[in-house]
Ligand binder design. Sequence first.
Ligand code: AMP
Ligand code: MG
Length: 327
Amino acid sequence: MITLGIESTAHTFGIGIIKDKNVLANVKDSFTTESGGMIPSELTRHHEEINEKVIDDALKVAKIKITDIDLISYSNAPGFGGCLSVGQDVALKFSKKLNIPMVGVHHSVAHLEIGRMLFPKCKDPVLMYASGANTQIIAYEGKKYRVFGETLDQGIGNMIDSFARYIGLGFPGGPKIEELALKSKNYIELPYNVKGMDVNFGGILTNIKRKFDSKEYKVEDICFSLQETIFAMLVEVTERAMAHCDKDELLLGGGVACNKRLQEMCQIMCDERGAKCFVPPNTVLVDNGVMIAWLGRIMHDAGYKTDYDKLDYYPYQRTDDIDVFWR
Ligand code: AMP
Ligand code: MG
C-alpha cells in the first residue's frame, strides 16, 4: 500500500511517499529569508506556488505515478490557518480525483510515531519535541500523548530565530547560531527559566538582546551561552518527565533537535540514567511529509478516514486533544 503524506503546517511544504514502512520519497521546499522572519500570508503563497512542483518531484524520486497512490494524508493541526488550508485543499483534490481515502493527522503526534517506526527498539519513548513553534515534552499515558512539560510562551526555535533576526541573520537562524556558538567556550550567565515542568524563553530573549546592544559581549559568547542555557532547561524537564513516567527511551523531534550540542546533552543525560536516546536523521527531524504519511497509514489501518463533509483544520489543536485509538 502506497501513502502520500502532505506537510504544510508552517514554513515547509513537504511530500512524503511511503510503501508500507519503506520511504520512497521525502521532498520539501521551505520558505527562507535573508533578513526578516516568517509572514503567514507569504508562507501561504509559498505553499500555493510550490505544491505542484514538490508533488511532481516526489513522484519522480519515488519512481511512481500519482495513480499508484492508495491513501492521502495531510497535517490538519496545529499550524498557520492559511498553510493548513493549502495542504487540505491539495489532499482533497487528489482524494477525489483518484477516489482514495484521505486522513487528517496531528503534526506533533506524527513526530512521535515516525520515531517508533524508524527505530523498532524505540517502543514507548518520551518525545522531546523542539521545533520552531512547538516545544513540548510528550509521552504516552492512558490512551493519549500527554504533555508533561512545555513552553509557557514561544517555541524554542522561534526564540532562537528572533534573536538571529535581531542580529541580522535571517530565517532560519538556528543553524547560524549553532555555528557561532561553536566558536566560543565562554559561558555568560543568563536567566534560567524552568517553572516546575515548564519553560519560558521571553525573558532570556530580552536579556540577550540587551547584552548584544551593550557591545560588551562577543556575539559568539552570547550564542554559546544561549544554547547551553536553553538546552539545559529542556534536558532538565525531559529527564524529570522520564523519571516521573518511568520510561527509559528518549526520542528527539523538531528542527531544533538537529542541533549537535542539544543531541550531545540529551545523550549524556540518557547515559547517566541508563536510558536510550533515539535521534532520527535531520530529514525527518524537521517538518516532513514522511511522518505525516506514516501516521495517516496507521490511523487508516485502525479504521479511520476523514469524511469530506467533516473536513476541517485546527490551528490550535493540542497534542493531548487526540485520542490515540491506533495504539
Ligand atoms: P521545524 O519547525 O521543526 O521544522 O524546525 C524549524 C526550527 O528549527 C527553526 O526555528 C530553526 O531555526 C530550527 N533549527 C534548525 N536547525 C537548527 C540547529 N542546527 N540548531 C538550532 N535550531 C535549529
Ligand atoms: Mg514540526
